[in-house]
Design a protein around this ligand. Structure first.
Ligand code: ASP
Length: 598
């Protein structure tokens, strides 16, 4: 090794030792007589001093050093004098007096600072990702990710799970997105699909008798790009045989809680993890991944306002829509502008509009409100008594701002759910040091796809219906609950899974509801259907995003891109290698592909 120890590992106990260090010049300060550098390696930084009297040659060479040069230094570790110790730095008690200096590589001036936490354009960071990853925060994110994955592997190994790799070049295994496809050179016109997840493969491994499988699996989904989506990402993918839902929830709970306690002790978790049905979650939080660190529940005003004279609400009720509201504590005395900003936000979330009612804190109670204590975007549209019953239903007090959305239930839930999440942060109602884990259970099995006029699977087509609902499959698909579950935290989904169908006849019935003809089902899923005829054990499992959990357990990662070594941009581009890119004509020809210019 070109070093005897890591600079970042030096402590007071090393004082008096002569060490050889190698790393990068993080910072250089020239104090005329003495030159100081902070030497950085993977373990951290340590201060190195060049003193012309102790080592004239090294001092002379050190004058040339610039940020990010790679150097090797032989020197003696010494305790810093009292008063110049740095408590904020793990190596802050010592410094190294250089005796020898060797430049191993020079560096151009980097396009952004490595040694400062300045805001840098993300495109530039990704173009020079290898430099971005030198920044200590980024290093810490990736090392945390490593520890999380290692924890999972050890945890599962101790519980008899076997890690088994499954292929990347397969045939479509749907998870609700588009497949990435790879053309076959040998079979003209044929394509492999990249797995959206190893779903069918892990089920086949259960049929094989492995009983407990996991994989740190790469998944590929060609989805429309959204803020925190990546075309490829990694999951902890897991499957077990001879289990019911409770077995899997117990494992999910213990795994997640142990992970947090071991690797993110700065976070608090509440156990047992609460369980909320999908229906309750939508009704109360407007989402199936609620942030339960604060209340601000959605209240249903549809009944309270059934006789309203306010036109907008009348027409929503007439068209079987819903009217729901949340109350933002303490915003009732805010400016008109603040309320208007929320209306704009609601429009961005898809609302037609948003009715705001500010209850001024001049009133002593909701019961004694007068017209002067109220300012509403509905003008005189809502009577004072109506405003009072709205306030009572939503639990608002003088000083609060009531936000009302009306329309189809889906839109109302999305809009108020997102406003609620926004306000939770803005009004500092959330404790950043709490990870509020929550199970969502009893999902519907199907959801109606308006655009295509058919039923879609809410999870994926292999999810088992609840036993007691199997009879409804053909008669009332929308009422069938799935034996599926998600675990969410602080407004994000962390993992999800289900008990699977393990019988051919039931799987065929579900395919039928999803609109597959017998031939289509055979063509796409014949392998699974056939396997179910050879003694498939009851089984179930889940999968959770490694990036999401790493982000949540990190101190400060803002997006899943922060915890991936080489992510794509939000536009799905890799600016470092310049992918996607054209390929040579010769290559296209071999693949029997012709590009048609539109
Ligand atoms: N395959 C599912 C997913 O990728 C998880 C599961 O059902 O196990 O979300």
């Amino acid at each position: 090794m070109l070093k005897t120890t890591n600079a970042g590992d030096l402590r007071a106990a090393h004082a008096g030792q002569t060490v050889t260090l190698a790393g990068w010049v993080h910072r250089r300060r020239d104090h005329g007589n003495l030159i100081f550098i902070d030497l950085r390696d993977r373990a951290g930084v340590a201060q190195v001093v060049f003193n012309p009297e102790l080592a004239p040659d090294a001092h002379n060479d050190a004058q040339r050093l610039r940020s990010e040069w790679v150097v090797q230094i032989v020197g003696e570790v010494s305790l810093r004098p009292e008063g110049s110790r740095n408590d904020n730095l793990p190596t802050g008690e010592i410094e190294v007096f250089a005796k020898e200096l060797k430049v191993l590589a020079e560096s151009k001036t980097p396009p952004f600072y490595i040694n400062e936490d300045a805001q840098v354009d993300e495109l530039l960071r990704m173009q020079y990702r290898y430099l971005d990853l030198r920044r200590p925060v980024m290093r810490d994110y990736l090392l945390l990710r490593h520890r999380i994955v290692k924890f999972m592997r050890d945890y599962l190994d101790e519980r008899d799970f076997a890690e088994i790799e499954t292929p990347i070049l397969i045939k479509s295994t749907p998870e609700g997105a588009r497949d990435y496809v790879v053309p076959s050179r040998v079979y003209p016109g044929k394509f492999y699909a990249l797995p959206q997840s190893p779903q069918q493969l892990k089920q086949l491994l259960m049929v094989s008798g492995f009983e407990r499988y996991f994989q740190i699996a790469r998944c590929f989904r060609d989805e429309d790009l959204r803020a925190d989506r990546q075309p490829e990402f990694t999951q902890l993918d897991l499957e077990m045989s001879f289990v019911d839902r409770e077995d899997i929830l117990a494992l999910m709970e213990d795994l997640h809680v142990s992970l947090v306690k071991t690797l993110a002790p700065h976070l608090t978790v509440r156990t047992p993890i609460p369980r909320i049905s999908h229906a309750e979650s939508m009704a109360k939080y407007g989402t199936d991944r609620p942030d339960i660190r604060f209340e601000m529940h959605l209240a249903d005003l549809t009944n309270v306002l059934s006789g309203t004279g306010f036109r907008v609400f009348q027409s929503v009720i007439a068209s079987k829509g819903v009217i729901k509201a949340i109350a933002a504590p303490g915003m009732g005395d805010g400016t008109r502008r603040q309320a208007d900003d929320l209306v704009t936000l609601a429009r961005n979330f898809g609302a037609q509009g948003l009715v705001t009612i500010a209850l001024k804190s001049t009133a002593s109670s909701v019961e004694t409100l007068t017209g002067d204590d109220v300012q509403s975007s509905a003008g005189k549209g809502l009577a004072l008594e109506e405003i009072q019953s709205i306030a009572r239903t939503v639990g608002a007090n003088p000083g609060d701002l009531i936000l009302i959305a009306a329309g189809p239930a889906n839109t109302v839930h999305t809009v108020l759910g997102q406003l609620r999440a926004h306000l939770g942060h803005k009004l500092e109602l959330v404790d950043p040091n709490e990870l509020a884990l929550v199970f969502i259970i009893d999902f519907p099995l199907f959801q109606w796809n308006e655009d295509e006029n058919r039923w879609d699977a809410v999870h994926h087509p292999f999810t088992a219906p609840k036993d007691e609902h199997i009879g409804l499959l053909e008669t009332d698909p929308g009422a069938v609950h799935a034996n599926a579950y998600d675990i969410a935290a602080n407004g994000m989904e962390l993992a999800g899974g289900s008990i699977r169908i393990h019988r051919r006849d039931l799987q065929e019935r579900v395919f039928k509801v999803l609109g597959y003809s017998a031939e289509q089902a055979q063509d796409r899923f014949g392998q699974l259907l056939e396997a179910f005829e050879y003694g498939a054990p009851p089984h179930g499992g889940f999968a959770g995003g490694i990036e999401r959990i790493t982000m949540m357990l990190s101190k400060g990662a803002q997006s899943i891109r922060d915890v991936m070594a080489f992510p794509k941009t939000q536009a799905g581009v890799d600016p470092l290698f310049g992918a996607p890119d054209v390929v040579e004509d010769k290559h296209l020809k071999e693949l029997h592909i012709k590009i048609v210019e539109e």
